[in-house]
Design a protein around this ligand. Structure first.
Ligand code: PMP
Length: 420
């Protein structure tokens, strides 16, 4: 894109991705003498100075274990840790900070719900409903419950466009359904699922809802009260925060009835050999020393997103992913996998006669980072009759130059494979 065309595009969203890019030190690197084009944020996003500094400040300035100490450093760490929880509460618009449980990431959050909320309610033959779009971390925990409790997994089919079929969703939810567990945004296709409609279907049948927000949290403004969900999970590392920290939001009424599945320090009120009284949520689900600096870094990441403007980020990324879809579709030999109407952050494609891994390697030689593989969505790959795709995914720091670089790179790859 020419400079003047880019200038025309920017006021459309009121957000300057190039200024944002300057906040991310690793994006200043050059690879093979070229500007790094990072299109793998769906796997993990890069970190701005604000996050790196927050973690460093913690370790350099006031680090100590949280909650149990009376000394100054412990009090300061506890205060920063709990402020981060409050930051997460605001990010999700949860009603109460006690509804925010710090976990390792989305995977752990889903497993926590599986063990502590769903498993105790299951009778053999009960069902958990997911969709065909799900990441393995929203499939395998339920299969473990199939083995353990005799539950059954039901899968809502998708259309060729990669969208959930709402009629089929209505048919899948029934008297035996104990949970609807659904991704907000597909990590492979970028599909934004119709959460409001799905929630309405589940609510009519009094079915609790867990939303896997791993790919929504970086891209969409969120409000768990407006969404009216029971649980919402996301990972720190995909919202420009540290890895090893994530969040489970759960309605307090649910959390307060759930028995923890990990026991240890910090999650008890009283322990004796005769028995143990659990602490109230969220401490009940945070056994052991947490990822203190990670939580503080996550708080900094969410503050950073707030300052950038979440609506503005969403508008910028929405325009950019559309631009990328149009541009990539025009490359010789490319077939897009999934054509959802509402999309955030990611697109997947294959190229005639070229293996996705070879495409990713050839792009890497041009300093373009994309991901090739099944993206932890093997059932989805099977649905489209492929074993792997190339996925390009966006962060707030990407701009039209990145899209242009991707398309130029892909055209070179197409040339190498003799596609015109
Ligand atoms: N769900 C989705 C949709 C994801 O994209 C991912 C990460 N790729 C996960 C769950 C799992 O997240 P994590 O590995 O951070 O636990």
């Amino acid at each position: 894109m020419t400079e003047s065309a880019e200038k025309i595009q920017r006021p459309r969203t009121g957000f300057d991705p190039q200024q944002a890019r300057a906040d991310f030190p690793v994006l200043q690197r050059r690879l093979q003498g070229q500007r790094l084009v990072y299109l793998d944020s769906a796997a993990s996003a890069q970190k701005p100075h604000a996050v790196i500094d927050a973690e460093l400040d913690c370790y350099r300035g006031y680090y100590a274990n949280v909650h149990r100490g009376v000394h100054t450093l412990s009090q300061e760490s506890t205060s920063a840790f709990e402020q981060a929880r409050e930051q997460v509460r605001g990010f999700l618009n949860a009603a109460d900070a006690r509804e925010i449980v710090f976990v390792r990431g989305t995977t752990e959050a889903i497993n926590l719900v599986a063990h502590s909320f769903v498993a105790p309610r299951l009778q053999p033959g009960d069902e958990i409903v997911i969709s065909h779009l799900e990441h393995h971390s929203n499939i395998v925990p339920w299969q473990l419950l199939e083995q353990r409790c005799g539950a059954r997994l039901r899968v809502i089919p998708i259309t060729d466009a990669g969208e959930i079929d709402l009629d089929a969703a209505a048919a899948a939810l029934g008297e035996r359904t104990r949970l609807l567990s659904i991704g907000h945004v597909s990590n492979t296709l970028g599909t934004i699922n119709p959460i409001a409609e799905l929630v309405a279907l589940a609510r009519q049948r009094e079915i609790p809802i867990l939303v896997d927000g791993a790919q929504a949290a970086p891209h969409l403004p969120l409000d768990v009260q407006a969404l009216d969900v029971d649980f919402y999970a996301f990972s720190g590392h995909k919202v420009y925060g540290p890895s090893g920290i994530g969040v489970l939001y759960g309605r307090y009424a649910h959390l307060s009835e759930m028995v923890p599945y990990q026991g240890g320090g910090d999650m008890i009120r009283k322990v004796s050999f005769a028995g143990t009284e659990f602490a109230d949520p969220p401490a009940r689900f945070e056994a052991g020393t947490p990822h203190i600096a990670g939580a503080i870094g996550l708080g900094a990441a969410l503050r950073y997103l707030e300052v950038q403007g979440r609506e503005q980020i969403a508008a910028h990324e929405c325009a950019l992913i559309e631009e990328a879809v149009q541009a990539v579709a025009g490359v010789p030999g490319v077939r897009l996998i999934g054509t959802p109407k509402a999309r955030a952050g990611a697109l997947s494609f294959i190229m005639e006669g070229a293996h996705p891994h070879d495409i990713a390697m050839l792009l890497d030689e041009q300093a373009i980072a994309v991901r090739a593989g099944h993206h932890c969505t093997q059932p989805l790959m099977e649905r489209y009759g492929v074993t792997a795709t190339v996925r390009a995914s966006l962060g707030l720091y990407n701009d039209s130059d990145d899209v242009e670089a991707l398309v130029t790179g892909l055209r070179k790859v197409a040339g190498i494979f003799g596609l015109r």
